[in-house]
Design a protein around this ligand. Sequence first.
Ligand SMILES: NC(=O)C1=CN([C@@H]2O[C@H](COP(=O)(O)OP(=O)(O)OC[C@H]3O[C@@H](n4cnc5c(N)ncnc54)[C@H](OP(=O)(O)O)[C@@H]3O)[C@@H](O)[C@H]2O)[C@@H](O)CC1
Ligand SMILES: [K+]
Length: 245
Amino acid sequence: MQDKNAAERKTVQTVTSAQMRAIEAAAMEAGTVTGLQLMERAGEGVVQAVLAQWPHLDHAAEALVLCGPGNNGGDGFVVARLLRARGWKVTVCAKGWEALFPPDDVAREPAARSGGDAWTNARRWRDLGGRCLPLESLPDRARDVPERLLVVDALLGIGQTRPADDLLRPFWTAWGRWSESESGTEIRRVSVDVPTGCDCDTGEPLGQRPFEPDLVVTFHAEKPVHARLRAGGVRIVVADIGLPA
Ligand SMILES: NC(=O)C1=CN([C@@H]2O[C@H](COP(=O)(O)OP(=O)(O)OC[C@H]3O[C@@H](n4cnc5c(N)ncnc54)[C@H](OP(=O)(O)O)[C@@H]3O)[C@@H](O)[C@H]2O)[C@@H](O)CC1
Ligand SMILES: [K+]
């Protein structure tokens, strides 16, 4: 008789975005964890999974972190800070963070805006001297792209609700130019939680061309989209962020 627990362990738990939010809310409500702790652990989980998948990147890669306007973007600012602390050269390109990073990048007192965990992490990134460029400022010439590059898709996660083409266009435009380069640039792509441009509950694309990751790091449990991604050859890692089962 096969060990029931082993069978359970083998089956991957899958939750919907609503179930995920309920689990997070209950844990925060119970005071066992804060949103900021969850976000920090999410960022740590992404960095650990990247280093496990591509250990050689840790000594010679640069990171381009694409941060969106919500908590998925907040995870991105955590990843940026953690990689920078490991000595990586990190550039953040973001949408929605102009209040903290005015286009002229001169730190002005940001307009008062509700705080939130993502805001806290964006400000931490700014306060340690991290730069944040508008998403449209992606390097667009092949020669600007380093030999080894990690692209972190922290644009949208389980909160995406509509086509993401506008948000992704600057990336795909730059990607097209980078791919023209004959240099042997190694570019690895990781999505935080869910690839931008994917509905995490149906797995359906949201828009014409979702982000195409080599690796997706999700949190606590898979969402329905992850089985479809894995079937398509994408590596899926589930990072434990300390939420109760
Ligand atoms: N405690 C937690 O919650 C934890 C959360 N974690 C992380 O947070 C992520 C969920 O964060 P989130 O709920 O802020 O949603 P997210 O996916 O960042 O979207 C942001 C906003 O974007 C907007 N938007 C939607 N579609 C759009 C589009 N096509 N183009 C442009 N904008 C669009 C939409 O706002 P709207 O414009 O509809 O008002 C939406 O609210 C989750 O995936 C995980 O990575 C982890 O840290 C663990 C702890
Ligand atoms: K993402």
